[in-house]
Write a protein that binds this ligand. Structure first.
Ligand SMILES: C[S@@+](CC[C@H](N)C(=O)[O-])C[C@H]1O[C@@H](n2cnc3c(N)ncnc32)[C@H](O)[C@@H]1O
Length: 309
């Protein structure tokens, strides 16, 4: 069977199984199997697959047909240009979350640069973010609340020179993956992982310039209605936000201030339709909301806040 025939037949199979973008999914699986970028398949449509390649592809397509996420089959995903290991112990990082990482590293980098070119950009960012005068020149600190695969913590460490990151999660299994990802991207020395329930996992006395969180936010009753890839394969611990989906934001609004340096920020991601309730929760706890930001599809998904002076 040629590459083209394998793609066409597998795509028909996946379509019948209700998989979205079936042809793209097969191309990604085949590209992974043959270790070539997906677009290279187009230059090799007439190449015959070996029996071993065909067997391996069949097995991957069978799993995808059972609605196992593509990233679990390939064992990795890309986040902010970093290849991260993923499996059923961690939420597969979503593309929107890259925006939260970017907001975070822009804030941490404000006022830190050395070169003239960089310093214009950093000064602008510092002004925008009102970085306290004592911050420039000293290494930054960040907390990633509910780190999962470690995606946010590792992206911050990769993009912010000398930042020290603490990352916490209640799942020991998730932390194993997060630690492996930190080692893979050589930021092990600047990202410390702790297991425990929310802020209880943070070593005592620690305070941060930035707290980022993409906590579980699906209302418990809605989990059963999600696509099988999410419902049956993302860890329930990573999805379940309690009855109204807002349980963790209430905790963050109430407790995070104790872990923030003066002038620091909290940045959280939340689900579509939760912006108004979450803003209210933070304002009730005396936070000043700096911005509520949409994702690239225009839905409000991120909140940035600081404590009143
Ligand atoms: C939605 S996932 C986000 C993972 C990762 N930060 C990301 O953006 O892809 C939420 C994470 O919070 C963790 N979590 C759930 N309850 C927790 C708790 N009580 N304390 C700390 N982490 C918790 C879950 O294990 C999961 O890894």
């Amino acid at each position: 069977m040629t590459v083209l025939e394998a793609i066409q037949r597998s795509a028909v199979f996946l379509e019948k199984k209700g998989v979205e973008s079936p042809r793209l999914q097969v191309e990604l699986l085949l590209g992974h199997l043959l270790k070539v970028p997906r677009m290279n398949l187009y230059l090799n449509f007439e190449r015959a697959l070996t029996p071993a390649e065909l067997d391996a592809l069949r097995e991957m397509v069978r799993r995808r047909g059972l609605r196992e996420p593509l990233q679990h089959i390939t064992g990795s995903t890309s986040f902010c240009g970093l290849e991260l290991i993923v499996n059923g112990s961690v939420l597969v990082p979503r593309p929107e979350t890259e925006q939260l990482a970017e907001l975070g590293w822009e804030f941490l980098n404000a006022g830190t640069s050395k070169s003239a070119m960089e310093s214009v950009a950093a000064d602008t960012a510092a002004a925008l973010h009102e970085v306290p005068p004592e911050w420039p020149g000293r290494p930054r600190t960040a907390l990633d609340f509910g780190t999962g695969s470690g995606c946010l913590a590792i992206a911050l460490a990769a993009k912010v020179a000398s930042v020290q990151v603490v990352a916490v999660d209640i799942s020991e299994e998730a932390l194993k993956i997060a630690r492996a990802n930190a080692a893979r991207h050589e930021v092990k020395k600047r990202v410390q992982f702790f297991a425990g329930d929310g802020f209880a996992a943070v070593p005592s006395g620690m305070c941060f310039d930035l707290i980022v969180a993409n906590p579980p936010y699906i209302p418990s009753g809605e989990i059963a209605t999600l696509e099988p890839e999410v419902r049956d394969h993302d860890p329930k611990l990573a999805l379940n936000g309690g009855t109204d989906g807002l349980r963790f934001y209430e905790r963050l609004a109430r407790e995070a201030g104790l872990f923030l340096q003066s002038g620091g920020r909290i940045m959280v991601e939340f689900g579509d339709g939760q912006a108004v309730a979450i803003r209210k929760m933070f304002e009730q706890q005396k936070w000043i909301v700096e911005q509520v930001k949409p994702d690239y599809s225009g839905r409000l998904r991120f909140l940035e806040a600081r404590l009143a002076e």
